[in-house]
Design a protein around this ligand. Structure first.
Ligand SMILES: [Zn+2]
Length: 68
């Protein structure tokens, strides 16, 4: 009998810990078979921050820029 390995935990947002959408939850050798675009999100900080946290982070970055 051969058991399939359990899928690893999906990647989550660094800031709030929410699971990230658009990133497959697969074993490393299965991820290697995918296209580059299917492994992660092409957005800035894609695969690290969720869309909500990125929105907030960008707003804060712009405010600190305009204040300086
Ligand atoms: Zn987040």
């Amino acid at each position: 009998m051969h058991f399939k390995r359990e899928a690893p935990k999906g990647s989550s947002c660094v800031k709030c810990g929410k699971p990230l959408a658009g990133i497959p939850r697969l074993l490393p050798h299965e991820i290697r078979k995918l296209n580059k675009t299917k492994r992660s999100i092409s957005r800035i900080y894609g695969g690290h921050l969720c869309h909500d946290c990125l929105k907030i982070a960008l707003k804060q970055a712009v405010r600190t820029l305009s204040a300086a």
